[in-house]
Design a protein around this ligand. Structure first.
Ligand code: FAD
Length: 481
């Protein structure tokens, strides 16, 4: 049994029992040469399926290019569109207090196929939206193939065309051939094959009576640069206890077929600790060039550094702390860091097989490539993470591409919606140098003025975010009707 998680949610990922699933009759789908005004969508997963549905409903002819079942991945089992590869959960359905629940709401309001089908095949799961995976994928496939202006063409695409309108939504397991084409277009360093996610903390949950702001050796020309890092000091005893806990913590394994390649430059902290008890003190936890402003006379034995993860400054990542510790263990171990005892995590760390592009440098806010504006990217390959976020980016890309084909002008999603917060993060808000996949969370939202910060004000704050988002999202939809 393996685990895969999104943000604070961990999914138990038992291999679903294989049952024979009829494949589609692909021979009945003749190939028609691409026409400029058709929309070609590469990848019929969560994002590609939703993009196709949206564009088709706006009156555009759509061709979905899906490589399965001809070309397989290690995680998919069928030839269906929108196959859920692991957990069957769409996470929280609470649209007032949870950012992913708000994304559900926005997609439902936009006639989203993925949400409507998930609702149809809902399983009991408390406040979460769990889905009966096989009927779900079958229904999505049927709904799309029933549309007169959607065709599915089964085959792998291995190039980035210069003509026509394209959306690439090939997901975390983008085929190797296409990966090579993307690297040739963007440069090798702008396409990652593994994520290396350091845990992300809500800034407001850090105890600033313990932590302080300072860049190593006060480097930088401006005060903002000289205070770019948040530092958490450790005594020798605290460091030794932390190393013990790291070594003892439960770790996750890679899925079969996922295998190595991740070691280049992103060792998990627990692997560093296994190499020697002092390794971290000479690596990401080195205490040099820092003076604790709360206790200048005492040099810390080790220091954990955090750095802004978004332009708003509401999220901070723990520098160099990518990890394969299981989520429960991770939260426990990280809260041993002085200053983080009461930390709330926007997402916990992880390392997974995950192909994604450096969207902040490669895409505009319409999700088009700067270098090839006839191509959009959508879904997990853009650096969002999860079924819901991927479908959401598909919904947006589908509408934006269709509007462009129809000669309509359509702004990207409003900033204060969940959809807008996410697309803004990947195409501009995130730091390109440290860009790693992101799930939707309230840390991506602009603050609502005049509301109490901290844990006490959280309920009112989240309600204000979701109210504002719903109103802005409805405004965006109405403007298109
Ligand atoms: C092992 C694993 C476990 C996961 N577990 C979870 C989980 O439990 N919960 C969760 O929310 N998310 C999970 N994810 C992430 C999840 O897969 C994505 O969030 C979601 O499926 C992404 O949607 P997508 O449409 O971007 O990609 P996908 O749903 O993967 O769809 C991409 C499609 O593109 C096709 N494709 C790829 N390359 C080509 C090509 N060159 N030409 C034509 N077609 C191509 C693929 O066959 C696939 O059908 C997991 C990912 C992996 C790899």
């Amino acid at each position: 049994m393996a685990r895969f998680g999104i943000g604070r949610h961990t999914y138990l990922c038992s291999k679903p029992k294989p049952r024979p699933i009829p494949l589609l009759n692909t021979s009945a789908l003749p190939y028609v040469a691409p026409m400029t005004q058709e929309l070609h969508i590469v990848g019929g997963g969560m994002a590609g399926s939703e993009a196709a549905w949206q564009a088709a409903h706006m009156g555009v002819n759509v061709v979905i290019h899906e490589m399965r079942p001809n070309v397989k991945t290690f995680a998919h089992r069928t030839g269906h569109l929108a196959e859920m590869v692991c957990s069957n959960s769409f996470r929280s359905d609470d649209d007032e207090q949870n950012a992913v629940g708000l994304l559900h709401w926005e997609m439902r309001a936009a006639n989203g196929l993925i949400m409507a089908t998930a609702d149809k095949h809902r399983l009991p799961a408390g406040g979460a939206l769990a889905v009966d995976r096989d009927p779900f994928a079958e229904s999505v496939t049927e709904a799309l193939t029933a549309l007169p202006n959607v065709r599915v063409k089964y085959g792998e695409i291995t190039e980035l065309p210069s003509d026509g309108h394209w959306i690439f939504a090939t997901g975390p397991l983008t085929s190797a051939g296409l990966g090579a084409a993307i690297q040739a277009e963007t440069g090798a360093e702008r396409l990652a094959f593994f994520d290396a996610i350091a845990p992300i903390v809500y800034a407001e949950s850090i105890n600033m009576d313990v932590a302080w702001m300072q860049s190593r050796y006060d480097k930088g020309d401006t005060e903002a640069e000289q205070k770019a890092y948040l530092n958490c000091p450790m005594t020798k005893d605290q460091y030794e206890a932390f190393i013990d806990a790291l070594l003892a913590a439960d770790k996750t394994e890679f899925h079969e077929g996922e295998t190595a390649g991740y070691f280049d430059g992103c060792l998990p902290i627990e692997v560093m600790a296994e190499r020697g008890r002092e390794t971290l003190r000479f690596g990401p936890m080195k205490p040099v060039g820092l003076t604790n402003s709360h206790d200048p006379e005492n040099k810390p034995y080790a220091v954990v550094q955090l750095r802004r993860d978004n332009a708003l400054g509401t999220l901070l990542n723990i520098v160099g702390f990518q990890t394969k510790m299981k989520y429960g263990a991770q939260a426990e171990v990280l809260k041993m860091i002085p200053g983080l005892e009461g930390a709330s995590f926007a997402r916990l760390g992880g390392i997974h097989r995950n192909t994604f592009i450096n969207s902040p440098t490669l895409l505009d806010n319409q999700m088009r490539m700067h270098s090839k504006p006839n191509i959009r990217f959508a879904g997990q390959v853009t650096g969002v993470e999860g079924y819901v976020e991927s479908a959401a980016m598909g919904l947006l890309a589908g509408r934006l591409a269709a509007a462009e084909i129809l000669g309509q002008s359509l702004e990207t999603a409003p900033l204060n919606t969940a959809m807008g917060a996410l697309v803004h993060h990947i195409t501009g808000g995130a730091d390109a140098k440290t860009f790693q996949p992101m799930n939707v969370n309230f840390g991506l939202f602009q603050p609502v003025e005049g509301l109490k910060s901290g844990r006490r004000g959280r309920k009112d704050r989240y309600k204000a975010y979701t109210d504002r988002a719903k109103s802005d999202w409805q405004g965006w939809l109405v403007a298109q009707s």
